[in-house]
Ligand binder design. Structure first.
Ligand SMILES: Cc1cc2nc3c(=O)[nH]c(=O)nc-3n(C[C@H](O)[C@H](O)[C@H](O)COP(=O)(O)O)c2cc1C
Length: 275
């Protein structure tokens, strides 16, 4: 349970993998999901990086999107109202080049009606290349969280997506929880490189065991901190193993790009008895 964020289903759409929502809505109503996590929104519009942005590898997907997006004003004007109209519970993923930018975007989102929660993206595998804040050090991550939490409207849940560094994820989770995070998103894309050497994230089946290890480490060390799992979840059995490791919810990302019905099928599968 995440305080202040009731989830009718423990299956969430992972940030950046459901597009603006319009693409996914063609396959299942957006109200099917526990929540729809938006692509990461920055203060100003971002064009995204040069192609290729996505490359398949034998075990997973490499991506270096440069986080293209409409900026906060564009998001508030077109993407958010449409998502709310569809009955989606909207968790807005936030990104920034500085601590002040994270705080500013969150402050303004906090005043926007209908936002169910915020998710700080502190897990960027290619932050420096994308001109964004490099929050790999837990004390930097905690600095962002503290600055955001200071100005957040009461009761708006703050999720923090952590880097999937199995050696330091517990330290990072503890530090951001002390700084004001209500929940952590654990797992996510591993730092990798595109064939041309540019920094990228690796997601999909390859990262699932690493993500599971990160989740298990955090839930064992911090049993009172809600953990949302992400990383290679592609079917109901995957989701069950992350929930059994102590996660309160799971996010589905790359699997949606292969089959946009995956998250809806997992949500339905979890309501049935395990076979
Ligand atoms: C094409 C693509 C775009 C992504 N965009 C974002 C994003 O905007 N913000 C973010 O926090 N994560 C982003 N991610 C990471 C996913 O949300 C997820 O954490 C990661 O891919 C691991 O889960 P998966 O293996 O189920 O994809 C993106 C992943 C992919 C494949």
């Amino acid at each position: 349970m995440i305080p202040g964020l009731p989830l009718p289903s423990p299956v969430l759409v992972a940030a950046g993998c459901g597009g603006t929502g319009r693409e996914l809505a063609a396959y299942a109503p957006l109200s099917t999901y526990g929540a729809f996590v938006t692509r990461s929104i920055a203060l100003d519009p971002r064009p995204g990086g040069p192609p290729p942005r996505v490359v398949e590898s034998p075990s997973g997907l490499l991506h270096a999107t440069g986080l293209p997006g409409p900026g906060l004003e564009g998001f508030l004007a077109s993407e958010l109202p449409w998502l709310l109209q569809q009955g989606a519970r909207v968790v807005v993923s936030v990104v920034g080049a500085t601590i002040q930018e994270y705080a500013e975007v969150c402050r303004r989102l906090g005043r926007a009606p209908g936002v169910a929660a915020l998710e700080l993206n502190l897990a960027l595998p290619d932050a420096v290349a994308a001109g964004l804040l490099d929050a790999r050090e837990p004390f930097v991550a905690a600095g962002v969280v503290a600055a955001v939490a200071r100005d957040l409207p009461r009761g708006l849940p703050l999720l923090v997506k952590l880097r999937p560094d199995v050696l330091r994820v517990v330290e990072a989770a503890r530090t951001v929880a002390e700084a004001g995070a209500d929940a952590v998103v654990v797992g996510g894309a591993q730092p990798a490189a595109l064939p041309d050497g540019r920094p990228a994230g690796l997601s999909g089946p390859a990262v699932r065991p690493l993500a599971l290890r990160c989740v298990a480490e955090v839930t064992a060390a911090l049993p009172d901190l809600p953990v949302v799992a992400a990383g290679g979840i592609a079917d109901t059995a995957d989701a069950r193993s992350f929930l059994a490791a102590g996660a309160c919810a799971v996010q589905v990302g790359t699997a949606l790009l292969h089959d946009p019905t995956t998250a809806a099928r997992i949500a339905a599968g979890l309501t049935e008895e395990p076979s």
